[in-house]
Design a protein around this ligand. Structure first.
Ligand SMILES: Cc1cc2nc3c(=O)[nH]c(=O)nc-3n(C[C@H](O)[C@H](O)[C@H](O)COP(=O)(O)OP(=O)(O)OC[C@H]3O[C@@H](n4cnc5c(N)ncnc54)[C@H](O)[C@@H]3O)c2cc1C
Length: 399
C-alpha cells in the first residue's frame, strides 16, 4: 500500500489511538495509524483482566520511574487527570466507574475503550493500516518513509516496548529510531510488573496461597524498595501486585550492579510480632509452639516458618518479620506487563519530538517512563498522547 500522510502513527495501541483521536479533535486530517497486528488495540483488550484499569486518581509523576522527573512533572501538570478523563468521558463517550481510586470504563469491559477510540478515529477519517510491521524508516526529501511504502511529513512512534510480545510489542519499536537517535538516547529495557523466580524450595508447597504483607527488595546491606499489599506464592517463586511492583527496580538494579538481591517479607507488618509470639507461647503452655501459634498465621505458612526456626523459639519473630527469599530472576518480558527503559525523556522536547529530528514524535511505553500496577501505565499512555498530539498539530499547522 502507498500513501502520503500528514502524520503516520506507528502503533495502534493506547497511546497511538488516543493521539489520533486528539489530532482529529484539533482539526488535523490525513492521519494514518499503522499496526503490525491484524486488529488495532489488541493489548488494550487484555488490560485489567479484560476490564481495563485505564487510570488512577493518584496518578502523579512521583509514582513513575523515568530519567527526568522534572520533565515528567511538567507534562503531568500541563495534561492533568481531569483534562484527560473529561476527554475520555465527554469526547470519546466512555462512561467511567471508580473503585478505590482506580478508574475503569463503567461497562468493566476493555473492548468498550478500544471500540470508542476506533469509532472516534473512524468519524475523523483516520486511515487504519493493519498487518503492517514497520521494519525500516528513512527520512527522504522532507518525508518519513516506512518500509519504502508509506510516506508522511511527521511520524509518531507509539509502538510500545518489549513486554508481552504476544500482543505485537517485540521491541521492533526501537529499531524505527535507528537512523535518527543515538544508542545513548535509550535506557536498556528490563521487564517490569512481572513475577519473581526465587531459590528456596520450602515455599513451593504454598503454591497459590495469598498473604497481605509488606515486601522489601533488599541487598546484603540496603533496602532498595518496599511495597505493601498482596503477595502470592507460586511453584517458581512469587507473584501478586506487591511483588510485581518491585520487579522494575530489581531489573534496573541488577543490570547496573550485578549484585545479589533478596525479598524480605514481613507477614505481620501491622503487629508487634515479638509481643504476639511471646504472649501466645506464655499463655498456651500446655500446647506445642505449632498449636500455640495457630490462628496467628495460616497453618501451611506456620509450618514453613517453624521449619526455618529449627526448634529455636527465639528465632520465630525474626523469621515472620524478615522471611528471606533469594531472587534468581523474573519471568521475563513474555510475562511482563510493562517495559522499564526505552527512549529517554532527555532525548525529546516537551512536544515529544526527538531533539535531533524535527517531525519525529514519540508516545507511550516506548519512552523511558513506567509506573506501578493500578492504571498508571495507561494513564502515561494518555498523558504522552495528549502532549504528542499538541506537538504534532503545531508542526502540521506551522508547515
Ligand atoms: C496483560 C496486561 C495487562 C495490563 N493491564 C493494565 C491495566 O489494567 N492498566 C494499566 O494502566 N496498564 C496495564 N497494562 C500496561 C499497558 O497495557 C501498557 O502500558 C500500554 O498498553 C502501553 O500503551 P502503548 O500504546 O504505548 O503500547 P501498546 O499498547 O503496547 O501498543 C503498541 C502497538 O504497537 C504495535 N507495534 C509494535 N511494533 C510495531 C512495528 N514495528 N510496526 C507496527 N506496529 C508495531 C503493536 O502491535 C501494538 O499494537 C497491561 C499490560 C498487559 C500486557
Amino acid at each position: 500500500m502507498t500513501g502520503n500522510f500528514n502524520i503516520a502513527i506507528v502503533g495502534g495501541g493506547a497511546a497511538g489511538l488516543l493521539t489520533a483521536c486528539r489530532l482529529v479533535s484539533l482539526g488535523i486530517d490525513k492521519i494514518a495509524v499503522i499496526d503490525g497486528n491484524k486488529e488495532m488495540g489488541r493489548k488494550i483488550n487484555a488490560t485489567g483482566n479484560g476490564r481495563c484499569n485505564l487510570s488512577n486518581l493518584v496518578a502523579e509523576p512521583e509514582k513513575y520511574y523515568c530519567d527526568d522527573p522534572a520533565f515528567l512533572a511538567k507534562l503531568f501538570s500541563k495534561y492533568d487527570i481531569s483534562q484527560i478523563l473529561t476527554f475520555i468521558e465527554k469526547d470519546l463517550g466512555i462512561r467511567l466507574a471508580y473503585k478505590d481510586g482506580l478508574v475503569y470504563p463503567a461497562t468493566y469491559k476493555a473492548e468498550t475503550v478500544t471500540e470508542a477510540l476506533l469509532d472516534y478515529c473512524n468519524d475523523g477519517g483516520v486511515k487504519f493500516v493493519n498487518n503492517f510491521k514497520v521494519t525500516q524508516c528513512k527520512h527522504l526529501y522532507g518525508r518519513f518513509m516506512l518500509n519504502n511504502d508509506i510516506t508522511a511529513t511527521n511520524l509518531l512512534v507509539s509502538a510500545g516496548g518489549t513486554a508481552s510480545p504476544k500482543f505485537g510489542t517485540d521491541g521492533s519499536s526501537y529499531k524505527i529510531y535507528e537512523s535518527f537517535a543515538k544508542p545513548e538516547d535509550f535506557a536498556e529495557p528490563v521487564p517490569s510488573l512481572v513475577q519473581f523466580k526465587t531459590l528456596e524450595s520450602d515455599t513451593r508447597k504454598l503454591n497459590g496461597s495469598r498473604y497481605d504483607c509488606s515486601v522489601s527488595l533488599v541487598t546484603a546491606n540496603d533496602t532498595l524498595a518496599t511495597e505493601n499489599g498482596e503477595l502470592m506464592f507460586t511453584n517458581y517463586g512469587v507473584s501478586g501486585i506487591c511483588a510485581m511492583n518491585l520487579s522494575g527496580k530489581f531489573g534496573r538494579y541488577t543490570k547496573e550492579t550485578g549484585k545479589d538481591v533478596y525479598l524480605s517479607i514481613n507477614f505481620m507488618p501491622k503487629c508487634n510480632v515479638e509481643e504476639e509470639v511471646k504472649f501466645r507461647l506464655e499463655k498456651f503452655t500446655k500446647r506445642t509452639p505449632r498449636e500455640a501459634l495457630a490462628g496467628m498465621l495460616s497453618a501451611d505458612l506456620l509450618d514453613v516458618i517453624l521449619a526455618r526456626a529449627q526448634n529455636d523459639k527465639d528465632r520465630i519473630p525474626e523469621i515472620i518479620k524478615n522471611f528471606r527469599l533469594k531472587v534468581m530472576g523474573t519471568m521475563g518480558f513474555d510475562h511482563a506487563q510493562v517495559t522499564s527503559g526505552g527512549l529517554k525523556l532527555s532525548s525529546i522536547n516537551e512536544n515529544m519530538e526527538l531533539k535531533s529530528t524535527p517531525g519525529l514524535f514519540s508516545a507511550g511505553e516506548v519512552i523511558n517512563v513506567d509506573g506501578p500496577c493500578g492504571g498508571f501505565n495507561l494513564h502515561w499512555a494518555w498523558v504522552s498522547a495528549f502532549a504528542a498530539a499538541d506537538g504534532i498539530a503545531a508542526a502540521i499547522k506551522n508547515g
